[in-house]
Design a protein around this ligand. Structure first.
Ligand SMILES: Nc1ncnc2c1ncn2[C@@H]1O[C@H](COP(=O)(O)OP(=O)(O)OP(=O)(O)O)[C@@H](O)[C@H]1O
Ligand SMILES: [Mg+2]
Length: 347
């Protein structure tokens, strides 16, 4: 992990700052939000994609830096331009393990991305926080109920298989590296939290306050439409390829529990790695008995927030103005800069 001192040194030379990220769906709300907060933006883009991102007058960056590939980003140029990078899903994926060492200031605590990247670590974070997770089977011999076989690395849900027995596992799974996780039947909900140490509103935690800025649910092919196949007698397996996201509000009795889930995950992050700051999302499934299981944490802005570029049915209870997560990030950076505390939320 890059030394914190190095980032502090770079930041101490900044007279101001610009918000930068790779052009992606989330970048649209990041740039729009920054624009609304009066912060200049830089979009890193592959030549062939520029046309798309240029075509949104309110979602495009103030300036583009064109690159041949996202493998190698122009870090010196970014530092020269006083950039602070906002990591989103695609950014983290393109950077891979190199993320930890990137020689440029990154919004958030970069250690949190290290914890989300490793599935064992990420699940242990959730468990240690005291949030229920689906049972893990140690070996295929332990399979005594439907389990989801998950492979390393986020694949946007692609390629995961559900097996019900050791025999089925042996027949269908050829990979050597996997985890076996109990398959939970229920409704998925993905709450979007925002942690701030500067807030004086929100759900109080040990280290600051938590806002719930939205909830979404993913639409996955073919799992979410599998009834169609079954209705005409096709015995198709479910697949979990993410196609998009839908808006959601939680039934009232769940709100309390979701606030607590966010609080627990947030508080544990301080014990484990010095604290996650800013946006994060917990991927959950709620059973018919209203039991909530969490199976993933994303320690950054997530794609599901893109359904709320003008705020959500939750953000409107914190802010008079439309508050997307992108705009909330820009505002947090502005607040920190004003308080001369950028290094608290940039690393
Ligand atoms: N234990 C589980 N029980 C039931 N469904 C699950 C379970 N775990 C995952 N799923 C389903 O599979 C999808 C993908 O799972 P998961 O999020 O673990 O994959 P991923 O490859 O890490 O994807 P991403 O990083 O894009 O979220 C989920 O959105 C959900 O629909
Ligand atoms: Mg996931």
């Amino acid at each position: 992990m890059l030394n914190r001192g190095k980032v502090e040194e770079i930041l101490s030379d900044y007279k101001g700052f610009k918000i930068a990220t790779i052009c992606s769906h989330s970048s649209l709300q990041i740039f729009k939000g920054a624009r609304e907060e009066g912060i200049k933006t830089i979009g890193i883009v592959q030549k062939d994609r520029r046309k798309v991102y240029e075509s949104f007058p309110l979602g495009r960056p103030d300036e583009f830096i064109e690159v041949d590939s996202y493998e190698k980003l122009p870090y010196e140029e970014l530092v020269e331009k006083e950039a602070i990078i906002i990591p989103h899903g695609s950014f983290v994926e393109y950077a891979g393990k190199k993320f930890d060492e990137l020689p440029v200031p990154i919004y958030g605590n970069r250690a949190s991305i290290n914890w989300e990247r490793n599935r064992e670590k990420m699940l242990s974070w959730i468990r240690k926080a005291g949030v229920k997770t689906p049972t893990l089977m140690k070996t295929p011999d332990d399979i005594d109920r439907p389990v989801m076989v998950k492979f390393p690395g986020a694949r946007g849900g692609r390629g995961y298989t559900i097996v019900k027995s050791k025999e089925e596992f042996d027949k269908r799974v050829k990979e050597k590296e996997y985890i076996l996780q109990e398959f939970i039947i229920g409704v998925r909900a993905y709450p979007h939290y925002f942690f701030s140490a500067f807030n004086n509103h929100g759900y109080k935690t040990e280290h600051g306050c938590l806002e719930l800025l939205g909830v979404d649910r993913r639409v996955e092919s073919s799992a979410d439409e599998i009834a169609r196949a079954h209705s005409i007698g096709m015995a198709r397996d479910m697949a979990f390829t993410v196609i998009g996201n839908e808006s959601m509000v939680l039934r009232e009795s769940l709100l309390t529990e979701y606030m607590e889930i966010g609080k627990k995950i947030s508080e544990k992050s301080f014990e484990l790695f010095g604290g996650l700051t800013g946006p994060f999302c917990v991927e959950t499934i709620i059973t018919e008995d209203l039991e909530i299981f969490a199976f993933e944490v994303s320690a950054r802005i997530v794609a599901g927030t893109n359904i709320y570029p003008e705020g959500s049915p939750y953000s409107c209870y914190y802010y008079h103005e439309p508050m997307s997560v992108g705009r909330r990030i820009a505002r947090e950076l502005k607040t920190a800069a004003k308080k001369k505390k950028l290094t608290k939320i940039v690393y």
